[in-house]
Design a protein around this ligand. Structure first.
Ligand SMILES: *[C@@H]1O[C@H](CO)[C@@H](O)[C@H](O)[C@H]1NC(C)=O
Ligand SMILES: *[C@@H]1O[C@H](CO)[C@@H](O)[C@H](O)[C@H]1NC(C)=O
Ligand SMILES: *[C@@H]1O[C@H](CO)[C@@H](O)[C@H](O)[C@H]1NC(C)=O
Ligand SMILES: *[C@@H]1O[C@H](CO)[C@@H](O)[C@H](O)[C@H]1NC(C)=O
Ligand SMILES: *[C@@H]1O[C@H](CO)[C@@H](O)[C@H](O)[C@H]1NC(C)=O
Ligand SMILES: *[C@@H]1O[C@H](CO)[C@@H](O)[C@H](O)[C@H]1NC(C)=O
Ligand SMILES: *[C@@H]1O[C@H](CO)[C@@H](O)[C@H](O)[C@H]1NC(C)=O
Length: 682
């Protein structure tokens, strides 16, 4: 493809070729100017003869948009693709807008724009392609195949065969790829890999098309994230490599394409911190390229999260929530407006705030989610967002937030148990199972946090009071039911009882393991605090449970830092229980040493995790290592500089970093155990 074609297809995003200055002799200069003048006069005449000012203005698609659509069109990135065959610029404008929204996972609005484009030109094949693609969310592990198939059927009904055959090669290639993605009678793996191969071929053949490149890269990332996971580690490595190459090449030519930047940040959202750090630059570029997209503002926080850059996590997500708020206010949208992006960012924002000991700010964010969830009757994703945020707030605030209800206390004044999100009664239909990870995951963690609120720091009398006892028992029973259901689903998937599409999801061993760790931790929690409270019969009970949980945790294949997943990570949870039970420990030295190791593992997986910094300080202090303790407490105080001055962990950190007058005596190894025993019993 030559440059003029490229320029015709794409506006913006191309860097200039860096041409060398050329020395021109005078005569040639005069001739050039003469030719130029003639052409100019000719153009002026032609323009006045053939172009009315009005239709000249109408030549840009954006003039066919109004209101917030114009803001979006101009604020989602400068690159507009003119691929589709259409002579209706209003349809083209809506198609372009839909495509930009799609590349930024603003799926619901993208679907509306593609449908509007179809209504303006029902033969605009690419608008059906775009809409169909919006029914698959590769990185969220969800899809609606039936809806996509219905779109393709509508396309076939609306576009005559001869017209279809006359479309450009590129359009036909896109259509073929999308048909493969939603083909009947084949596995998820086959659909995804065939689509990916076809899309990569489109990207290869039409190198001027950054969207083809972006879709191809997304299809590779989608394989890496597919439900159940079908790639071997070697295949996964190759797929990652291919995605890296593709995105590297395409962002070189199209450095401002929001989709390419979006997926590049995602590509670098990995455990290896050196690799992850590569995501900072595209993450910042993405935010600038698409200022009105919530998703574009949120993405860089995936990287900051991994690095433990908490204030950047909070800022990025605050900007993301604000972007959604701005748009939704302008269009007078409800709480459901841009919901996926807005409330996801709010969850991350609140998590970042808890990591900076900003419990007041975090509680404000939580309360906003509570009002939003209430407006939606706590259904679907709204319930899940709320339950996870509740669990984070309760656990990360170290129980210092006065009872934060999942629903208004009047809804269930006695028990305040989270109402079920997850139907355990029967094997769900395939649609539910597609997303059957998040409801049980969110509910189980909310139950765990509820139990925590009733036992952490409580006396034995409080723990054993009839009301607490009943609620704890009910919460544990419900977690047991959730785990049992997950095991049934796994068994059913293994014996072929479930439909193929559901089986991949249900058989997810990691899902089962994660829910089981919650179950084990919920039991260990009650036993450990009962033991601290003086019920010595519980002292031997809790550690074997935590050891089982740890074995499962260590078996997880991935160690994502997603806040939505890392609500009660086992090393942190275990370390905290070891520290909490130090006063009654039979071997406090062993316990503090083990706790220290747990927190160190936690910090390797989750750099800067507030409770693991705190726990490291507490364990060091218990071991009599004052300097080490002070260093950890200083780190906590620095991390929580902007936090609540009265947050207990911060108060503790300040008390332990206050200058201590006399230089500490060097302690011998033997003295350690004694120092520890006396500090533990103090
Ligand atoms: C795919 O299968 C579904 C359900 O069996 C059916 O309704 C639909 O028409 C099929 N679509 C195609 C394109 O064959
Ligand atoms: C983010 O964290 C990394 C690793 O801890 C650190 O090197 C870097 O300076 C931090 N960046 C910012 C902007 O704070
Ligand atoms: C919530 O429930 C109420 C009462 O059952 C109902 O009137 C309302 O339509 C529901 N709202 C939503 C968003 O589901
Ligand atoms: C309130 O809690 C009790 C005890 O767990 C339970 O039986 C009841 O169903 C709950 N009510 C609501 C409305 O959730
Ligand atoms: C509730 O109380 C009974 C009897 O005192 C006790 O056996 C049981 O372990 C308690 N349950 C919980 C969850 O604390
Ligand atoms: C298959 O799984 C289902 C659901 O758990 C179960 O009811 C059924 O007994 C199992 N069948 C076999 C042959 O294991
Ligand atoms: C660890 O995972 C493997 C493979 O998924 C499984 O076979 C094994 O039983 C797991 N071990 C534990 C302790 O869960």
């Amino acid at each position: 493809m030559n440059d003029s074609e490229r320029a015709g297809l794409v506006s913006g995003g191309l860097s200039d070729g860096g041409q060398k200055p050329v020395k021109v002799n005078k005569l040639r200069g005069i001739i050039c100017w003469g030719v130029f003048a003639v052409i100019l006069v000719f153009l002026i005449i032609m323009t006045s003869v053939f172009t009315e000012p009005k239709s000249y203005k109408a030549a840009t698609p954006v003039t066919y948009l109004t209101g917030e659509d114009v803001v979006l069109y101009n604020g989602l990135g400068p690159i507009k693709v003119l691929v589709p065959t259409t002579n209706k610029l209003n349809a083209l404008a809506n198609y372009q807008l839909g495509l930009q929204l799609l590349q930024l996972f603003w799926y619901d609005l993208a679907i509306q724009k593609f449908q509007t484009a179809q209504s303006m030109d029902k033969r605009l094949a690419m608008a059906y392609v775009g809409e169909a693609l919006a029914y698959k969310q590769p990185l969220w592990q969800t899809e609606d195949v039936a809806a996509a198939q219905a779109v393709l059927a509508r396309m076939d009904a609306n576009i005559p065969d001869n017209y279809m055959a006359a479309l450009s090669g590129r359009e036909r290639a896109y259509i073929n790829a999308v048909r493969a993605l939603y083909a009947n009678g084949t596995s998820l793996q086959a659909r995804e890999t065939t689509y990916s191969t076809l899309m990569q071929a489109v990207a290869n053949e039409y190198q001027d098309d950054p969207d083809a490149c972006a879709f191809a890269a997304l299809s590779l990332l989608g394989q890496l994230n597919s439900v159940g996971g079908y790639l071997t580690p070697e295949q996964a490595q190759q797929v990652r490599y291919n995605a890296d190459e593709l995105l590297g090449d395409c962002t070189f030519y199209f450095p401002n394409h929001a989709g390419l930047l979006h997926y590049q940040v995602y590509l670098y959202d990995v455990d290896n911190l050196e690799e992850a750090a590569k995501g900072v630059t595209p993450g910042i570029a993405l935010g600038k390229t698409a200022p009105v997209s919530s998703r574009a503002q949120h993405m860089r926080s995936h990287i900051y999260m991994r690095l433990g850059n908490w204030s950047q996590v909070v800022d990025s997500n605050t900007a993301a929530v604000a972007a959604s708020d701005n748009y939704c206010t302008a269009v007078k949208g409800s709480n459901t407006c841009d919901a996926d992006n807005r409330w996801h960012a709010l969850e991350w924002q609140m998590y970042g705030q808890t990591q900076m000991c900003g419990v007041t700010a975090a509680t404000t964010a939580y309360k906003r989610m509570q009002a939003v969830a209430a407006s939606q009757n706590y259904t679907g994703d709204y319930g899940q967002w709320l339950y996870r945020m509740y669990a984070h707030l309760q656990l990360q605030s170290l129980n210092s937030v006065a009872a934060v209800g999942l629903k208004a206390a009047s809804d269930n004044a006695t028990a305040m148990l989270p109402p079920p999100l997850y139907m355990t009664a029967a094997i769900q239909n395939a649609g539910d199972i597609q997303d059957h990870f998040w409801p049980p995951h969110a509910e189980a963690h909310a139950l765990l946090a509820r139990i925590y609120s009733l036992v952490a720091g409580r006396t034995l009398t409080q723990i054993n009071s009839a009301a607490a006892n009943a609620t704890i028992a009910a919460a544990q029973a419900r977690i047991d039911a959730i785990v049992a259901r997950q095991n049934d689903l796994t068994a059913a998937a293994a014996n072929g009882t479930l439909a193929v599409a559901a089986a991949g999801s249900a058989a997810n061993a990691e899902m089962t393991a994660l829910l089981t760790t919650v179950q084990l931790q919920a039991r260990a929690l009650v036993a450990a605090y009962s033991c601290v409270g003086g019920d010595s019969s519980k002292c031997g009970v809790w550690r074997p449970l935590m050891d089982q949980a740890l074995a499962l945790h260590n078996n997880f294949s991935s160690s994502s830092t997603l806040p939505s997943l890392k609500i009660a990570p086992t090393p942190e949870f275990y370390g905290n229980l070891l520290v909490a039970t130090l006063p009654v420990a039979s071997d406090p030295f062993e316990q503090a040493t083990t706790a220290s190791r747990m927190f160190s593992v936690c910090l390797q997986q989750l750099p800067g995790r507030m409770q693991c910094v705190l726990g490291s300080a507490r364990a060091a202090k218990a071991l009599g290592n004052t300097d080490m303790a002070k260093s950890w407490y200083s780190q906590l105080a620095a991390q929580c500089r902007a936090g609540d001055a009265r947050f207990p962990a911060l108060v503790e950190a300040k008390a332990n970093t206050a200058p201590s007058p006399p230089p500490p005596k060097k302690s011998s190894g033997k003295g350690l155990r004694r120092a520890l025993a006396s500090s533990a019993s103090a």
